[in-house]
Structures are given as structure tokens and as C-alpha cells.
Design a protein around this ligand. Sequence first.
Ligand code: FAD
Length: 444
Amino acid sequence: MKVVIIGASFAGVSAALAIRKKHPQAEIHLIEKQQTIGYLPGGINLYFNKTIDPIETAQFISEEQLIDNDISLLLNARVVSMDSTQHIIKYEKQETEFFMSFDKLILATGSSQWSNKILGSDSEKVLKYKFLPGVLKAIERLENSDKVAVIGGGQIGGEAADTLLKKGKEVHLFERMDYLLFKYFDEEMIRPVQAEMVSRGVVFHFDETVEKVTDTDEGLLIETKKSELVCDSAIFGMNVRPDLGYLDEHIRTHTDQTVFVNEYLQTSQADVFAIGDCIQVPYSLSQESFYIPLVNNAVRTGLVVAQNLVEATTPFVGSIRTIGTKLVDYYVASTGLTEAEGLFHGQPIAVSHVQQRSSLFSGCEKICGKIIFEKESHKILGAQLVSKADILEKINTLALGIQMGQTLEELYQKDFLYHPYYSNVIDITNQLGFEGLWSEADEN
Ligand code: FAD
């Protein structure tokens, strides 16, 4: 079996390694348009925070590891077209055209940062650093900028603002909604983080959509309906989009330009599959699919596609959008539905807030937690954690509970480790289940 994978990032690499395990005899070809592989998109923050140096070491896999797994890697090769009925792709390398046949094809071409809504956002001074060439330019430009505008208050923008603060830059963050990380947190949970960022100098421009960026003699002019700002450079912290110009007409796409796949990640052509940032993923809490570009989805779809290449056996379970990061002194983590989104959930929802010390003796920081659940069935729908203690891993327990369809009753009595020094007598994840249950009783 000859398997061709287009795109050698999180999704493509995870698929290649999983296929090598499942099909030891398969011929596997990874085709990648860039010169190197494995760059971590958040690497710029690791570099500026002095966790890594040089930036090239922000890498999750090396070429050698792929070669050791008998995977053929073709770098600097851009796939430009395909004939999915004849099982052939065309790629360009050093201005020469080549063709490659396949038995199974996996589209893992991900996404890149672009917007056709913000005029001028393709300017070189609007920094995009998902891939290594972009990050090299961004590092140089940011070193020479004093005043920086961050466009977008999601995870990319929030982390960029935090890094720029630490570097002593003047930071202006533009966000069309009225608070930071709105997709993942309810406003009251993120308020202390925002207040801390303001006290350290970030100027938030909430409820402001950037419409135009212009390179002027005075600097980069950022325009919204409400204000104008001249700065030295800007960071494009907005959502990424797929770029699928190479597809033929037999591969069905959605209106947002993502590739249509069934639950086995198969496209409208039987031997062609698609994974990672170029597809929508089912939202595990509703019947809908959404575009949720996250590494975790890319890696998991890569693992699942390996199971389904020859026979469709393993449906992809979908995503509940689990994320975590650190902004100023706060670790913040979220999974599943927010309370604001709960308005659109099929059943009435209820929420509960919990505050607890992280441990009795080590650190003793306060953890603020929130749980969102179905009022009737007590099924858990979402959770948010904010603390100066590192609670990031705890969100994974809550995510698993939600994925398994657990109720508050199951959550509050799940097993947990207790240690007199390292933990509290009840884990925050159990406490959230317990408080959720009793918040109901308190209301009655
Ligand atoms: P991509 O990583 O987009 O990779 C696709 C690959 O295909 C690329 O290497 C590209 O060069 C190649 N390619 C594309 N077209 C062709 C072609 N025609 N021919 C050959 N090769 C092609 N997510 C998280 O979960 N956590 C984070 O902390 C996080 N931080 C982020 C920070 C930034 C700044 C950005 C922009 C995104 C971040 N993300 C994060 C999102 C994450 O990067 C994506 O979800 C992830 O990279 C998707 O992986 P993928 O393999 O599907 O696609």
C-alpha cells in the first residue's frame, strides 16, 4: 500500500507514525512545502522567555526520527494539484513539476494565518509566526519595535501580549468582543487575569474590530470604527484558515473552505482522507461540527485516520476544545461549553463556582473553578480553572469526564490522590462536582 500524506506538521506526522505501526509494510511518503519540519507555533514565546535558544530548537520531531521509522520525507515540495479519480498528485520542487501516484492519500495541509477582512493585514509589519520563516522575521522586527498592536484576544494574542509585556514593550490589544479568551472562559473567570495585565501596562481595546492596517511614514496605522493607533508593528493573533487551492472538484468542501469528511475522516473520494486544521471536527456536546484549529485535534485525527485507511472501523470522537495557558502570573484552563454558550444548549444549564487552596503546604495558592452542567440530568458540559498554582493538567481530568458523559454524582466521588504536602484533602475536580450538586439544593 502506497500512502501519500500532504503536509508534515502535527496531523501529517502523527498519521505517518501511526500508519507505520498499523501497516509495517506500507510505503509512506510525507510531502512538505517548507524546508524544515516540526516547528512549534508557540515557539516565539518560548524563545523570548529564554526557555529555548536558538528558535530552531522549538521542534517536536526531527527528520531523523521520520527516517528511522522508514518514512520518506520530501521537503521544499509544494503540492499544486491532484486528480483524485486517477490517484495522482502533482507537486513542484525547485521550479520543476513532478507527479506521484497513491493508493491512499491524506490531506494534512493545515492552515495559515490570513484574513481578507482586514485591509492591509498582509503587510510585512503585521507579524504572522505560525511557521519558522515567519517567526525569524517576527523576532527581528519585535526586537526593534517599542509599541506593538496585538490583533485578537484569543490564546495567540493573549500569549503574545504577555510575552511583549515581559520584554518591556508598549502593548495595545484589539479584540472585537468585550473580554479576553471569550471562546473558552466566562467573563468573571478571566477578569483577575485581565486586571493584572492592565496593571502591568497592557492597553485593551475591547469591542473594537480592526478594519484596516496602513504602512505610513509615521508607522503602522491601525484603524477600527472607534479609534486609530500608530505603532511600530502588529501581531496577527487571529484565527487561522485552510488554504486548499490544490484540491480537485471531486473533493467536497464546506463553505468555510474546510474539507468535508465523514466520521471516519474520509473525504467525498473513498481513498482520500483529511485531518487536522483543514477539516471541521464534530463538537462532542452537540450534533454540530466546528472549525477548532488545535494541536490536540490534529494529533488525534492523525492517529484515528491510521485505523481507517483500509477499513472504516474507528469513528473520530470529536473535540470539546480543551485549552490551557499561562498569562502574567495566572494559569488558565478550560474545556467544553462556557456558561455564555450554554444559552444555545438543547437543555437548561446550571453553573457553580468553587474556590479552594491548591494544597495545604506546597504553594497554597487559591484555585478558582467553575463547572457548567445540565440542570436536569447533571451531565457535565464544561469547566474552567484559574489559579496562580499550576492547575493545567487538572483540566484533562475534567475533559475526560465530559467526554465520557459523566454526571456531577460521578465526578464528585471519582478517585483522586491525596498527599499531606502536595494536595488538598479533596481535589478541586471532585469539589466542582460536589458544589455543583449542592448549588442546586441551595437554590431550592
Ligand atoms: P499545520 O500545522 O498548519 O501544518 C500543515 C503543514 O502542511 C505545514 O507544514 C504546511 O507547510 C504544509 N502544507 C500546506 N500546504 C501544502 C502543500 N500544498 N504542499 C505541501 N505542503 C503543504 N494550538 C494548540 O493546541 N496549542 C497552542 O499552544 C497553539 N499555539 C498556536 C500559536 C500560533 C501562533 C498559531 C498560529 C497557532 C497555534 N495553535 C495552537 C494552533 C496549531 O498550530 C494548529 O492547530 C496546528 O498546527 C494544526 O496542525 P496541522 O498539522 O493540522 O496543520
